[in-house]
Design a protein around this ligand. Structure first.
Ligand SMILES: Cc1cc2nc3c(=O)[nH]c(=O)nc-3n(C[C@H](O)[C@H](O)[C@H](O)COP(=O)(O)OP(=O)(O)OC[C@H]3O[C@@H](n4cnc5c(N)ncnc54)[C@H](O)[C@@H]3O)c2cc1C
Length: 505
């Protein structure tokens, strides 16, 4: 038996069901489909016991990873649940976005030291997106987490259920992304670092999401020169046949087939075609596959994410088809790498006791509970007017906000009260799903900044456990303790929950 993919290069086959009944139709909606699937896999019944922790962090992007490390170093037992085999989220080798944002800022120059361990400063000059896999430090992130004995790391587990009582989360259920086995993970406190606010949403937390005009998602991509053997040797394409069957060693030319299912860009402008440029500086080849190849501006970032991803891919293939077969340029180049996971910028944002706004940034509003420094400008993306004609709803090139209107005096410290839910008593959040308006998201969303939010959540979680306080109670009664912890080196650890912080020998 063979499976023949008729969908093009990016076909996906999730499962194959064999049946002796020719009329058999598997269920095609949840929850019956999930139940059917688990029955077939022999993993039905209640979820297994995944343990009980002081803090359960869901989402292992830079924010979640920093939250887990910070909490564990403060003496808490932590579960870090991440739905991918690697940590780092958009900053991982799967998505390949380079982390930005300044750490170690006054008056709390220790905040960001854990981020520095996870995402060290840039090592090569120029644009850092969609480069070689090693640059994104997957192994380093895993090593930092695995060096913490109090962290239970659950890779390839996706949280899709939450149990609550009286506006408190009791547990989350996580499903293994390949085996479908489920585990229930209990906790005193939870941190939603999913970017989509999935835990908060499932728990009934208050949230906001833009219904239109969102920042989109990108699948970064790059091309390589077939004549450059160093580049070719580094290429990680497993599926060589589809793109390179005629371009193996000894042959330099790299032909590319016409693709009827790709976006038809034969009569459309796009960056990298002729002398056309996006807002991104650089050579013509630098105009291909960068951050501005972005779509989904008017789509639902959760329900429609597969559609958005596919549109990004169809734009990539359509552009390459046009360049190779219509413009007849780059005969020796071929597609080198493309992210198969869409990197998201904007999604649900959970509401805390403070909703940080763009106006706060402009006016430099000071807070009694400064928690993390923001240094990135208010960077909001919209469809690029030069490239949207004839593509309404399917725009795939963005532009960004800039100029005085979108700058502010930095570092600008955001308040701790954006980092916990206003209506779910034991829920923290860190990363791009914190309590900010869409405009403020433009500034807080860069990864090193998100990581510092995580550091603060880890410290605040220790205060909650040690002083039997809620996340809100930390602000109400224990702010001086939080300030004190923010002045401690990120490498410090406690041996026990009540012991002192000390540097490891
Ligand atoms: C193309 C692009 C370019 C960008 N450019 C830059 C840039 O140059 N520099 C910069 O710093 N920032 C940039 N950003 C923004 C930045 O990447 C994000 O704002 C940032 O990654 C947010 O960090 P996070 O940890 O909150 O979320 P994410 O990085 O999205 O991480 C969330 C993690 O949670 C996991 N997860 C989600 N749901 C679940 C679940 N239910 N169960 C378990 N795990 C789950 C995800 O797999 C992911 O690993 C860019 C974004 C994009 C898409």
């Amino acid at each position: 038996m063979a499976l023949h993919d008729l969908t093009g290069f990016e076909g996906r086959c999730d499962a194959i069901v064999f049946s002796q009944d020719p009329g058999f139709q598997p269920p095609n909606a949840e929850p019956p489909m999930g139940e059917f699937r688990r029955r077939q896999l022999g993993v039905q019944g209640p979820p297994d016991d995944g343990g009980s922790f002081d803090l359960v962090v869901v989402g292992g992007g830079v924010a979640g990873t920093a939250a887990a490390v910070s909490a564990a170093r403060n003496g808490l037992t932590v579960a870090l649940i991440q739905d991918r085999p690697v940590l780092g989220g958009n900053g991982s080798s799967e998505v390949r976005v380079w982390p930005e944002g300044h750490t170690l800022q006054q008056p709390f120059p220790r905040v960001g030291e854990i981020v520095e361990e996870i995402c060290p400063p840039r090592r090569v000059k120029g644009n850092q997106n969609a480069k070689d896999k090693e640059l994104y430090d997957d192994d380093r992130k895993l090593a930092v987490v695995r060096a913490e004995p109090r962290i239970t790391l659950m890779l390839e587990h996706r949280v899709n259920g939450v149990a609550t009582r009286d506006k408190h989360i009791l547990s989350v259920t996580a499903q293994h992304i390949r085996t479908a086995r489920r585990v229930e993970v209990k906790g005193k406190l939870f941190a939603d670092c999913t970017g989509d606010a999935t835990v908060g949403y499932l728990a009934g937390a208050d949230y906001e999401v833009s219904s239109e005009g969102l920042m989109g998602a990108s699948n970064l991509w790059s091309v390589l020169d077939q004549a450059d053997s160093e580049q070719v040797l580094k290429c990680e394409c497993k599926d060589k046949d589809a793109l390179t069957v005629l371009a193996e060693a000894g042959k330099v030319e790299a032909p590319f087939p016409r693709l009827p299912w790709a976006l038809d860009l034969s009569d459309k402008p796009f960056p990298g075609r002729g002398t056309m440029k996006s807002d991104h500086q650089g050579q013509p080849l630098d105009q291909l596959g960068g951050w501005f190849w972005e779509s989904g501006f008017d789509k639902d970032p959760i329900e429609d994410i597969e559609r958005i991803r596919d549109l990004n891919m169809r734009a990539m293939y359509g552009a390459w088809d046009t360049l190779k077969n219509i413009e007849k340029v780059y005969p020796n180049h071929r597609l080198g790498w493309s992210a198969f996971i869409a990197g998201k910028r904007e999604s649900r944002r959970l509401l805390g006791d403070v909703l940080l706004t763009g106006k706060d940034f402009h006016e430099g509003k000071q807070w009694p509970d400064p928690a993390w420094p923001n240094t990135w400008h208010i960077d909001i993306h919209t469809p690029h007017p030069a490239f949207r004609k004839g593509l309404q709803g399917d725009e795939f090139i963005s532009t960004f906000t800039r100029g005085k209107e979108y700058s502010y005096a930095g570092p600008y410290w955001g308040p701790y009260r954006c980092l916990y839910s206003r209506n779910i008593g034991n829920l923290f959040m860190a990363g791009r799903n914190i309590s900010v308006t869409r405009e403020a998201l433009g500034a807080v969303r860069v990864m090193r900044t998100c990581g510092m939010m995580g550091e603060i959540v880890g410290k605040a979680a220790w205060i909650c456990v040690r002083h039997d306080a809620s996340p809100r109670g930390v602000y109400a009664s224990h702010l001086p303790v939080l300030d004190e912890l923010m002045n401690q080196p990120g490498a410090m650890r406690r041996n026990t929950l009540t012991g002192p912080l000390a540097l490891p020998k």
